[in-house]
Design a binder for this molecule. Structure first.
Ligand code: AMP
Ligand code: GLY
Length: 442
């Protein structure tokens, strides 16, 4: 079989690395890939990013299965394009991907279908938005509509920050966020207190298969300080998702979402990612939906996946997920933890072109997933905001953390930035990890 992974980040490196381990897969192509996928002799980079060009190439190369990494391609309709030409692809259609590509769409969807989330209002008029903030007070959360790579969200603790965010998003559009047809739009929502977790599932349109839980660190700096980023590190499993919380998330969020989509005439296929806030009583609320796997959560999750990823994707693209049975997916019982190394200036003004040293050799149970890297002749260089995700398995989160940081300290590039406290919430937690759960029907 020939597999194609679309995207070029750390998540796609992990998907391609895992697919290449399948006995059913002879060749894995990655479009466009990165410096890490270029280095691995089992993987082949294809320098294409355009939806139609990708589909034409996949037809010519007789690709058996394609899996989509980034939201941008999903929002551009890559799944519709491939399917219209009879190609097997795992991901949501363009209509389904609106759950992520438009915050206004997803918030209205959740309200309509009674899916627990923060109270919100949507504004296109800055005067009304400012008035609403004045009425509600702080803390309050201001979100730009449209895809902003995790950076279009301001958690305002002062009224000044909230008003500034509204001006930035509605008046000056300083985030460069893609607007909907009617112009700039912000969602203003209630601040939720609690602990976050990332909850991802695979859907084939009929059945749903939960993946291992994980937790991401969105802020740039230690102690969850500094600006929001795409994610500075992650680990799996997330102890905050106890088996009771897991059952509630499936019952109150995941299944109603898939059923709600069906009621609205959209069959959801692909990975679905619910970003959760879990309060002190174990009640989960949805912060956001993503129509794809998380990055960097995928890197530790796939380090723990023992099941053949190809067989899962094959079943999910043939509507056979529900036939896989209770042992459909097996996880390494150890913890995996990934530390993102970012380039200087990330996330506001990332600078590229610095030489990276010290990646080889990798230790057993440690894997350096590349994201923003590229080869310049003989040198590996920084080529994107998040450069690497150094991921390690350990018997507990502390041991996984020690192994990952041991490797991080061997790697060097000019202006490197990384957090030193990835996993801090899990290390503090005393909650037992979650047992793996079976396939459920939607
Ligand atoms: P989002 O892109 O919507 O997931 O938001 C990015 C980050 O902002 C989340 O991971 C949270 O840390 C924070 N955040 C978003 N919405 C809220 C909320 N309603 N209450 C508290 N924090 C939030
Ligand atoms: N790590 C968060 C995301 O992928 O959206």
């Amino acid at each position: 079989m020939k597999a194609l992974v679309l995207g070029g980040g750390g998540r796609e490196h992990a998907l391609a690395w895992k697919l290449a381990q399948s006995p059913s897969v002879q060749t894995v192509y990655v479009a466009p890939g990165n410096g890490g996928t270029a280095l691995d002799e089992r993987l082949h980079n294809i320098a294409l990013t355009d939806v139609v060009a990708l589909r034409e190439w996949a037809q010519q190369a007789r690709i058996d299965i394609t899996v989509v990494g980034p939201e941008v391609l999903l929002a551009a309709g890559v799944v519709d394009e491939f399917r219209q030409h009879g190609l097997r692809i795992f991901g949501p259609t363009q209509a389904a991907a609106q759950l992520e590509s438009s915050k206004a769409f997803s918030k209205d969807f959740m309200r309509r279908h009674g899916i627990p989330t923060a109270r919100h209002e949507t504004f296109t008029d800055a005067v009304l938005a400012h008035q609403y903030v004045q009425d509600q007070g702080v803390p309050i959360v201001i979100k730009a509509d449209g895809l902003a790579a995790g950076k279009g969200v301001v958690v305002a603790t002062t009224a000044e920050q909230a008003h500034q965010a509204i001006d930035d998003m509605l008046t000056s559009n300083s985030l460069g966020v893609k607007h909907n047809q009617v112009g700039a739009c912000v969602v203003i929502e209630e601040f939720l207190a609690g602990e976050e977790a990332s909850f991802m599932v695979m859907c084939d349109g009929e059945s749903v298969l939960p993946l291992a839980t994980s937790q991401d660190h969105k802020r740039l700096l230690d102690q969850d300080q500094g600006p929001n980023t795409g994610g500075m590190g992650a680990y799996s499993p997330a102890p905050v998702v106890t088996s009771e919380v897991h059952a509630r998330v499936m019952r109150e969020i995941i299944i109603p979402t898939l059923e709600g989509m069906k009621k609205d005439g959209i069959v959801y296929t692909g990975f679905l990612y619910a970003g959760l806030m879990i309060d002190a009583h174990g009640k989960p609320k949805t912060l956001e939906f993503n129509c794809r796997l998380g990055d960097p959560e995928t890197q530790p999750i796939l380090m723990r996946l023992k099941t053949d990823l190809f067989s899962l994707l094959w079943a999910a693209t043939g509507s056979q997920l529900g036939e896989l049975g209770d042992d459909a997916v097996q996880w390494d019982s150890r913890t995996a933890l990934g530390v993102v190394m970012a380039t200087r200036g990330y996330p506001l003004a990332p600078q590229f072109g610095d030489t990276i040293t010290g990646i080889a050799p990798e230790a057993v149970d440690t894997k350096v997933f590349h994201a923003g890297t590229a080869w310049d002749g003989h040198h590996l260089q920084t080529h994107g905001g998040r450069v690497l995700c150094v991921t390690a398995l350990g018997r507990n989160v502390q041991m996984a953390k020690e192994s990952a940081y041991l490797k991080v300290k061997q790697i060097a590039f000019e202006g490197q930035q990384y957090r030193s406290d990835i996993g801090h919430l899990a290390i503090r937690s005393t909650t037992a990890p979650l047992p793996d759960l079976p396939v459920g029907k939607t």
